[in-house]
Structure formats: structure tokens, C-alpha cells
Write a protein that binds this ligand. Structure first.
Ligand SMILES: *[C@@H]1O[C@H](CO)[C@@H](O)[C@H](O)[C@H]1NC(C)=O
Ligand SMILES: *[C@@H]1O[C@H](CO)[C@@H](O)[C@H](O)[C@H]1NC(C)=O
Ligand SMILES: *[C@@H]1O[C@H](CO)[C@@H](O)[C@H](O)[C@H]1NC(C)=O
Length: 323
């Protein structure tokens, strides 16, 4: 509770929507209550900070739908059709990038009521004491951290660790889909939700398909791919993968290899060209983008925010003339 009151003092603008009473609601109710009621409209409600509302560590901030904004004891009525977990793989030192990516998720148009999307930043074990403290601050403030039991230098294998931890960590409240993405990808969550809605809930493997030989989708590009919960569960339970030491190397290619050997993820969908790499000249953005990758510096992030009109609704103010 200290966190909420002190951050409230520091960020008064944020407190208007993220009122401390939310933090006092019993956990069970909170599970049904969306902790970030402002996400949908926050691009209009510029609070000058763009901070995400703090949440209860357990639930992260989420990209929530308008329908869920209402705090209601009958919140069960607003059950989404499916739930998606988005894991953004990152490292402690990439703090500035993470802040930008947080804003990128927070300042998106609302996700339709049929979907519930939770975004988490995924770390391997954070050993350095300074990093630990700073990541702890992020967890306290944003509640969107997922810390895996692995060592950060083991960059190969982190994807495996992620997919094999999630089914256990969230066993009490399983998702329908689990996504892995990176901190140089701008994911447009509503567009992804729209793609997922008519898809099967089982045996799904979806992303930017990579053709190998005559297989049009042998694996999905690491910029971001989605599997259904059963596939993540299968990965987590499959000891062959570890026994064959099959976690070192290009994670996206390896992930496809595991599924191909195991004959999983047979419902495959490639979202090309709506998922793509941003080119050098940054002139290939498209309005129907689901995910754009290779946003590797601030200049490219700025171009993406500009193209997608992220600050278009910024509130006029005497205090700034932006953007
Ligand atoms: C890490 O290990 C601890 C102790 O075994 C366990 O409680 C925790 O759930 C694990 N965390 C993850 C993300 O797997
Ligand atoms: C597994 O891979 C690691 C890293 O490439 C290597 O150091 C290790 O010797 C391998 N183990 C086996 C059993 O192949
Ligand atoms: C951004 O706004 C401009 C002007 O209103 C509009 O023409 C354009 O389609 C918008 N871009 C996107 C990606 O929505």
C-alpha cells in the first residue's frame, strides 16, 4: 500500500483514475476488475506522464476492454471469449526501451470486450542487486513483471523457459493463448485479438510464417508468435526438448522444430503481410498492421507512434505544445 500512496503523491494525475480503493478491494474481486480502466481512453486523457496505473502485482496491467471498465460485483457477466497472455522478453538493462514499450501498450485503442489481454515483461533471474532493486520498483509500480527461474546470460533457452513456466505459474487461471514477443516489436493488440477471435482455441500456432522447402509455415518468426494453451502446456511437459538440448540456438526456428517433431500446433496461421519488419527507410508501415518489428531505436519508435496517430488525441494545454 505504501507504493500506491507514495506514487500517488508523485503522480497525482494518475491517481484520478487509479484510485487507491482499487488496491483495497479483495483479491477475488480484483481478478474480475480491470485495474487499468484508463487504457482505452488514455491517449485522450493525457496525464503528461502516460503512466500505467499500478496494480496488484498478481494481475499486471492489462489491455482491457471498455466493457470491463465498470467495477462491478457481477463482473463475471462480462466474461471475455478468450484470454491472451503477451510476454515481452526483455532484460534489466533495457529499461528505457521497456518504458517505451509500456507506453506503446498503454496508449492503444481499447481491446474489444470479447478479449482480455495481459501484457508482462519477462526476465530471467536478475542477479545484480542494483538491477534487482530497479526491477522490483517496476514490479511494484506496474505489476507487469514475470521473473523466470533462469540466469539472464542464458539467452538461448529463455523462450523455452517462458513457455514452460507459464502453464505452471498461471495454472489457477489459464489463458487461451500465450504469446511471445520482443521489445523491438510494436504489437497492435486489438488487431491481434480480432485475428484470434475466430480461430480454434486448441492446437494453434500463429505468427509470421517462415517457409522452408515446401512447408509454407515451418516456423513463426521470433518477432511474435501465439500458441494455444494446450501447446504451451505440451512444451512445458515435454522432457525430450531438454533431453536433446534443443533449446540453444535461434529460438523461433527451434520452437517450430519442437512442434513439428511433436506434431503440435497444426492449426497454423501466418499473418503476413500484416506482421512485418520495418524497413530501413521506415516507409512500409501499413494501416492494418498486427505487429511491426525491427523498431530498434527511439527514432523508429517515434516514427511508429507518429504513423499510428498515438498522440493524436493529446489534450491541449498551456503547459506543452506537443507533439
Ligand atoms: C521460481 O522458483 C520458485 C521456487 O521453486 C517458485 O516458487 C516460482 O514459482 C518459480 N517462478 C517461476 C516464474 O517459475
Ligand atoms: C548443450 O548445449 C550447451 C550450450 O551449447 C553445451 O555447452 C552443452 O555441452 C550441451 N550439452 C549436451 C549434452 O549436448
Ligand atoms: C492517422 O490519422 C490520419 C489523419 O486523420 C489518417 O489519415 C490516418 O489514416 C491515420 N492512420 C492510422 C494508421 O490510423
Amino acid at each position: 500500500m505504501k507504493t500506491s500512496s507514495s506514487s500517488q503523491a508523485l503522480f497525482p494525475a494518475a491517481s484520478s483514475l487509479c484510485t487507491p480503493y482499487l488496491l483495497l478491494v479483495p483479491l477475488g474481486l480484483l481478478a474480475a476488475v480491470v485495474v487499468i480502466p484508463s487504457l482505452g481512453s488514455s491517449h485522450v486523457r493525457s496525464d503528461g506522464l502516460g503512466v500505467l496505473c499500478p496494480s496488484l502485482g498478481t494481475d499486471g496491467y492489462s489491455v482491457a476492454s471498455g466493457a470491463e471498465k465498470v467495477v462491478s460485483t457481477a463482473a463475471a457477466a462480462a466474461q471475455p471469449e478468450f484470454r491472451l497472455l503477451v510476454g515481452v522478453l526483455t532484460t534489466p538493462k533495457r529499461r528505457e526501451r521497456r518504458d517505451i514499450v509500456r507506453l506503446a501498450y498503454a496508449l492503444q485503442p481499447p481491446v474489444p470486450a470479447y478479449a482480455r489481454v495481459d501484457v508482462r515483461f519477462v526476465f530471467c533471474g536478475v542477479d545484480d542487486p542494483v538491477d534487482r532493486m530497479l526491477v522490483a520498483l517496476e514490479a511494484a509500480r506496474h505489476g507487469d513483471v514475470l521473473l523466470l527461474n533462469c540466469t539472464e546470460n542464458m539467452n538461448d533457452g529463455k523462450t523455452h523457459q517462458y513457455f514452460s513456466s507459464v502453464p505452471r505459474v498461471f495454472a489457477g487461471a489459464p489463458y487461451d493463448y500465450v504469446m511471445k514477443t520482443d521489445d523491438d516489436t510494436y504489437l497492435r493488440v486489438a488487431a491481434m485479438a480480432e485475428e484470434l477471435r475466430p480461430k480454434p482455441r486448441d492446437d494453434v500456432y500463429l505468427g509470421y510464417g517462415f517457409a522452408v522447402g515446401d512447408d509454407p509455415m515451418q516456423f513463426m518468426h521470433g518477432m511474435g508468435y501465439v500458441v494455444s494453451w494446450d501447446v504451451a502446456t505440451w512444451v512445458s511437459a515435454n522432457e525430450e526438448i531438454l533431453r536433446h538440448n534443443d533449446t540453444h540456438g535461434p529460438e523461433d526456428l527451434l520452437f517450430g522444430k519442437w512442434l513439428n517433431i511433436g506434431r503440435r500446433g497444426k492449426n497454423r496461421y501466418s499473418l503476413r503481410p500484416r506482421m512485418y519488419d520495418l524497413n530501413w527507410d521506415m516507409d512500409n508501415f501499413r494501416p492494418d498492421t498486427v505487429a511491426v518489428h525491427m523498431i530498434k531505436d527511439n527514432r523508429r519508435w517515434a516514427a511508429a507512434f507518429r504513423y499510428f496517430n498515438v498522440t493524436a488525441g493529446i489534450r491541449p494545454s498551456n503547459l506543452y505544445h506537443l507533439p
